[in-house]
Each structure stands twice: as C-alpha cells, then as structure tokens.
Design a protein around this ligand. Structure first.
Ligand SMILES: [Fe+2]
Length: 296
C-alpha cells in the first residue's frame, strides 16, 4: 500500500474564518446573535454583496431595494442567513479549488461533472438537515448542513493533488459496481477520502462531531461519541444517491439499512425522502440559490 504523507498534499482548500465563527454562534440569544452575525459577515465584503444579491433576487423580491446587511438579515431571518453563509463559503471553496480538471469525475451525459458533484453535495446537506430535524435533533441542524455539504471534501483534495492517480482510481472502480471504494482508495492513495476530510476539517478547526462525520461517513460500525451525527450524514449521502437514481452497491445497501435501523428511521420518513423530498426542496429559495452559486 502506498504511504500517504500529508506533507505531500500541496493544495488544501481554504475555509473562510467566517464559516467557522458562524458555526460556533448560538441561536438562543437572537438579539445579540443578530448583531454578532452582522459583524462577522461584514468582515467579508464578497460575502456581504452576495447576501445582498440574494435578498434582492426574485426569490425574496420586495418593493424597495435592500441595501444594507442589517435589512437583509431582518428580511431573511437568522437561520436562513446562517445557512446561506455556509452555502456561499462552501461554494466559494468548491468553485475556487482546482479540482476541475480533465478527469471525468462522475459520468453524466447531460451535465458537467462539477455540477453533478455540487448537486450531490447540496442535496446531501439539505437531507442531513431534514433528517436531523425529523429526529428532533434541532441543535444539530446547521452544523450538520455544512457536514453534508462538505462530506466528500477528501475526494476533491485527492483529485486536486493527484489527477493521474485519480483517473486510475476512477477507471478501476468503473469496472465493477460492487467494488469497495474505501479499500480501493487506500490501495491507490494510501488513504481513503474520509481520512483526508478529517485532516482538512482539523485544519479548519471544525468541531469534533463534524470531524467524525466526515471521517466515518462510510463506516458500518461508527465509533464516535457523535454517532448520530455521523450516521445522519452517512445516510443522507446514500439517500442523495438514491433520489438521483444512482445505483447502490450491496455494501452501500447494507450501510443504509444499518444507519436507518440505528437512527430508527420510520417508513414515513423513508417514503417522503424517496418520493417528495427533491420536489419540495426545489421550491426552497436556498436550494435555488445553491445552483446559481457555482453557475450551474
Ligand atoms: Fe463519501
């Protein structure tokens, strides 16, 4: 097995401080948080102008133009702003990373691979949040959204740093739909994408529960004090593939069953996700915005 050396990784995406700060913010004291939120966002002029653009978009159209961040926060609400900031930070990081290459990351005839990948990440983020809400784990809602959005950051880093090996990896896994991708990654890169994600999240000083979610989201037996968070992100990832009509290997199906059982996912939740979830989020302004963020 090749030895993986983090020092050999030249490119690690930069997560703006604003995202880390926002993840640490409490929502209990809304008066203080409103001000705090404004101050944090104002530090980033590009982010501020993006939020103003969204507040003035047709989705939230008002008669008068929104010209200040304070007005935008009042109009969109604390939670929406928070999710929007996380979404913008993730898309900036994703868009700026040099993973876009000649490597055909996900095969799709009609859409480019980066759009397919971004859509998968966004749906996983929304699904993670939905499942957390359904399980009444409201305190997790926002942080789990970013964990879902970034759960495959390790893949992007592996690709950014070694395109020819990544091509070799893709060719290898395309031969057999039942192949174990984690073992294959370990054989080719010396590390799997969950472990790479863990290194990146640690560099960003993300909370432990998100580090565990990114590193263990393919584990059949989760070993973490934050087991629920890990299983929700793992399950959301699999559901995102199901609703995008991507086939699951037998191992993935076992994983889905294991997580569903452990989280006590009821059949009504399962049916809702499969049948209606995607239609419902299509009307969610944040989801609509997510496509425009990377020019999809
Ligand atoms: Fe993954």
């Amino acid at each position: 097995m090749p030895e993986f050396n983090i020092e050999s990784v030249k490119e690690i995406p930069i997560m703006p401080q604003v995202a880390t700060k926002i993840l640490q913010m409490q929502e209990d004291h809304l008066d203080i948080s409103f001000k705090e939120l404004e101050q944090i966002v104002l530090l980033d002029p590009a982010l501020t102008s993006k939020i103003l653009k969204v507040a003035n978009s047709a989705l939230y159209a008002r008669q008068r133009e929104i010209t200040s961040l304070q007005q935008a926060i009042t109009l969109l609400g604390f939670k929406t702003i928070k999710s929007l900031v996380l979404l913008v930070c993730a898309s900036n990081m994703y868009g700026k990373s040099k993973w876009k290459s000649n490597v055909n990351f996900i095969v799709s005839e009609s859409k480019s691979s980066e759009i397919v990948m971004w859509r998968h990440l966004v749906i996983t983020g929304f699904l993670s949040r939905y499942i957390a809400m359904k399980l009444q784990l409201d305190s997790l809602k926002e942080s789990i959204f970013i964990a879902g959005l970034l759960h495959d950051i390790g893949r992007i880093v592996l690709l950014m740093n070694n395109q020819s090996k990544y091509q070799e990896y893709l060719e290898f896994i395309s031969k057999d739909p039942e192949i174990d991708i984690i073992t294959t990654e370990e054989n080719i890169f010396g590390i799997h994408h969950g472990e790479v994600g863990k290194i990146v999240f640690q560099k960003w000083n993300f909370p432990n529960e998100l580090i565990d979610a990114v590193s263990q989201h393919h584990n059949l037996h989760v070993d973490s004090p934050n087991k629920k968070t890990v299983e929700i992100v793992g399950l959301a990832n699999l559901y995102a593939r199901v609703i995008s009509n991507e086939p699951l290997s037998r191992a993935d199906q076992d994983l889905k069953e294991m997580y569903s059982k452990s989280l006590s996912i009821q059949s009504d939740i399962d049916a809702y996700i499969k049948e209606n979830f995607i239609n419902d989020i299509k009307n969610d302004p944040l989801y609509v915005v997510s496509s425009s963020l990377i020019g999809a």
